[in-house]
Design a protein around this ligand. Sequence first.
Ligand code: UGA
Length: 454
Amino acid sequence: MAMIALKCPEIEVVVVDINEARIAAWNTDKLPIYEPGLLEVVKEARGRNLFFSTDVGKHVGEADIVFVSVNTPTKTSGVGAGKAADLTYWEGAARVIASVSSSSKIIVEKSTVPVKTADAIEKVLCRNCTNPDVHFEILSNPEFLAEGTAIEDLMAPDRVLIGGKDTESGRAAIEALASVYAHWVPQERILRANLWSAELAKLTANAMLAQRISSMNSISALCEATGADVQQVARSIGTDSRIGPKFLNASVGFGGSCFQKDILNLVYICETAGLQQVANYWEQVITMNNYQKHRFVQRVISAMFNTISKKKIAVYGFAFKKDTGDTRETPAIDVCRGLMADGANVCVYDPQVTDEQVYQDLTTQPYEWYDHPNPRSAPVDKSAIAISHDPMEAARGAHGICVLTEWDEFKSYDYQKVYDNMVKPAFIFDGRNILDHQKLREIGFIVYALGKPL
Ligand code: UGA
């Protein structure tokens, strides 16, 4: 919304939320999320044509276009628990829109939703609005930005996708929204589709991206078993223009609030459509991701002479990727929990994640393991968790370091100094393949990199 406000000065954009603390933060220079470049964009437009408010009724009532960007988490109970999307917040938003609307509106699905959600939402909107002159036209406009690069992605998107009904009012609504994006996005990048295709395209895009990572992660296991190098494999296949070089980095596992949730959602939709084979195919992407995290922990344990009990392990990076403070579904949670389950003491350093977040994630998140069909809660020894704000201190007295996020700063540390303060033999497990392994070995580290020969 900040980008729309920046690029379309004649359009008034009001971001509303019932959470007062969040809206208050958006009105300061300490935004509630960390995203490179976002503050500059917000500062330029805020107070001009970008506003943040808790007065949901007033601003939704006045709007011509309403973007709904509420949470759609995975259902935790009832039918479809663990897989289906929970649309409680979406339905609640639709009821609010219906109750405050005295003029016709375009309602835009920004949240990632199951296919055919627009249908359900339309029913809620139309049956709850008593004014016969009010018409709601629903569009699907899925978001493809990635965290950490949100501003770049929004400035020059590969595509903007707008799905709508193939009716006169549907087509008019699509063009109305397209004219907003046309302020800065070339026409050939604004794709029009029907509603269901747009909804499904979003789930498919995330499933395909995650599938590439799981494919490379499966190959990383094979590389370790055979002496091949997964980065050399990735480079070789990435030059094939049909495959392309992006999203081929083997890692300790993908995280983030979207990939797992969207795949589970896709799996559920397939199951409800009676397509069990298709559901199994996509579910395997998640199974492989869980296996990769588990495999990483097993490797740490076996490398450190099959026991990490009471050993200090420094964890470099807790966010699910660099340049964000977001820890949702971060592989670091499962890896740390796995290490702690084997008796290790972890000391976490991350440049952006808050202490409270690390502590909360490690003590309250369910602990999921690939060979357990159901999430189980392993008892957590809270005294085994330490958090440090200094990477040197985190590694002091440690037996090993696990690199779990690809933060750039990890590449430039003085590893001789790090090594000098560690217990010997000193291990490094590079879960992102970002460090100079040759140099580390020359210092004296025993280095384990993903999908690479020892
Ligand atoms: C993802 C998609 O990339 C966006 O297009 C989409 O809009 C977004 O989900 C969403 O649905 O909202 P995001 O989760 O922010 O974006 O971040 P990604 O860059 O996709 O990374 C996801 C995870 O995959 C991270 O843990 C990252 O470290 C990992 N990853 C990524 C790898 O392990 N290897 C790679 O080669 C690339």
